[in-house]
Ligand binder design. Sequence first.
Ligand SMILES: [Zn+2]
Ligand SMILES: [Zn+2]
Length: 351
Amino acid sequence: MRTTRAFALLPGSTDGPDSTVLQATTIERRDPRPDDVVVRVTFCGVCHSDLHALDAAVGHLDGPFVPGHEFVGEVVEVGTEVRDRTVGQLVAVGNIVDSCGTCAACLGGDEPYCAEYPTTTYGGRDRIDGTPTQGAYADEYVVRADFTYPVPAGLDPAGVAPLMCAGVTVWQPLAHLGVGAGTTVGLVGLGGLGHLAVKLAAALGARVTVFTTSPGKEDLARSLGATDVVVSSDPQAMAAVAQTLEVVIDTVAAGHDLAPYLGALRIDGTLVVLAIPAEGWHLDAMAVLPRRRVMGSGSAGRPDTAAMLAFAAEHGITADVEVLGATEVDTALSRLRAGDVRFRFALDLSR
Ligand SMILES: [Zn+2]
Ligand SMILES: [Zn+2]
């Protein structure tokens, strides 16, 4: 085993509505196997899932728990069987670090839906040795090389980190629904996922309508590439957009009424719901009657991830990030909990 500094929730640590307290500590990682690389983490995004995972872990820990599943870093060691990674190379890693590789989903490049369940970057179990996976709020990560992606030259590494979870999560439905020039796309929830959905959809050539509860976000939405902004509490504005959109991407985390957004879809339109509320979704049968579809989606497989990064490089797209030192992780988590973030925090592991 090898050790690395990490920021962890420890057994007995507190976590609650006002604060999350992570401790700088030392954790163990496996020694790299022949198909692994060792990555010195430079930037790690702070995802809403990290907050949810920490909340769920409090009181149930018998060891450290380290979040972080969208990161970039420098390859510092390369396993003997790895042919396409080199020491010094900048790579990015998302929220899946392994899968069976042989089931239909894996063979189709849909590793998130692996029949044996993919290995998550933290909170999972290594497929070979069974040890718990620990995330990238840490100086070093050991990972199968096949689940690393070269960071395209010219993109800000801190802004690339959130592409690996938030970015791929919105990219996958855009790509699989064939969003392109002239497609009418709606976006609900202008946060970490939402701002990337607007950027990516606009770069694909779509006409993007942002739904917001805050009229003050109109300029911000347009600056990201939105064509139209609809204040969702305005019944007249909602009526005007009814049956006009081909795709609506809904990124709002909490359970909410889908009917207004289904109503914005044309016949054959698709509502993509990216949150997974514990209580599930209530569907109004009449609202889906005009051959409308509701589609779930999560993360992305290796081919889609590589395609997203290539597209981001071509169009100069990264996440808008506020970079904080890794030692300020508690501030990042508290502010994220309070909604006080302009799209995404990235932790700089060098400070
Ligand atoms: Zn995430
Ligand atoms: Zn599989």
